[in-house]
Design a protein around this ligand. Structure first.
Ligand SMILES: C[S@@+](CC[C@H](N)C(=O)[O-])C[C@H]1O[C@@H](n2cnc3c(N)ncnc32)[C@H](O)[C@@H]1O
Length: 225
């Protein structure tokens, strides 16, 4: 890992997360999702689909979870290795270079988190660099494929938490498999929506929150506390 190409960020005490200086870098939504996913306590086991720098996996492990984290791009490996070597983690993370479609057969987990690629393929100008492009545009797996794998890996009482641009809410909800439902749909600010998927049927709770409000601040505080 060349020092010049990566930054070395410290998003929470004891946690070091290397990120490419000019590539895809984590945003607030990663912290929101971890804050929500730990609202009812830290899950014992978690799966992070499309982990990128590993930010959500590492935050969850720092809080004590055992996490499996996958990303299709091999470039992330150097950052993961440095993060694991330099961070103080109460749980552990098993980082794997793999396509989400290849982890559908793993054991059930209490929690899935995912911030999948933002846009459908062909819906805008993709960066020429494949590493960056795969973070922003769907390639081998659509948001629907991410949803299918997440639901397939959930334990009976588990939750899958997704954050997507508001324009992708319809695609995400259309992909929810039979036997699962959107338990919570939270619009945060004007650009992002968070969806919690759970097994069974039920009416979803719909909320709209200010991205600078107290509730969202509390998610951030829990994720980094
Ligand atoms: C929007 S980025 C989110 C990264 C990180 N989870 C975060 O919140 O900062 C989406 C990630 O999904 C990964 N990805 C895209 N398609 C994938 C696939 N088919 N299988 C596994 N990972 C994939 C990309 O490489 C990228 O790291």
């Amino acid at each position: 890992m060349s020092q010049g190409d990566w930054t070395r960020d410290t998003p929470a005490p004891g946690l070091v997360v290397p990120q490419p200086r000019r590539g895809f870098r984590y945003g607030s939504e990663a912290f929101w999702l971890v804050g929500l996913a730990t609202e009812r306590g830290v899950p014992a086991t978690a799966l992070d689909l499309g982990t990128g720098s590993g930010i959500m996996a590492l935050l969850l492990a720092r809080l004590g979870a055992r996490v499996e984290a996958v990303d299709v791009r091999p470039e992330w490996r150097a950052g993961w290795d440095a993060a694991l070597a330099e961070s103080a983690l109460a749980g552990r993370v098993d980082f794997r270079t793999a396509d989400v479609r290849d982890v559908s057969g793993g054991p059930p987990v209490d929690c899935v988190v995912s911030n999948p690629p933002f846009f459908a393929a062909g819906t805008g100008p993709a960066p020429e660099d494949g590493w960056r492009s795969t973070a922003r545009f769907e390639s081998t797996a659509t948001v629907g494929a991410f949803v299918g794998v997440a639901c397939g890996r959930l334990s009976a009482s588990g939750s899958a938490w997704f954050v997507v641009p508001v324009e992708r809410e319809g695609d995400l909800l259309a992909a929810v498999p039979t036997g699962f439902h959107a338990a919570r749909v939270v619009r945060v600010g004007v650009r992002r929506v968070i969806v919690e998927l759970r097994a069974g049927a039920g009416d979803g709770l719909s909320e709209r929150l200010d991205d600078r409000g107290d509730v969202v601040e509390a998610w951030y505080a829990r994720a980094t506390g």
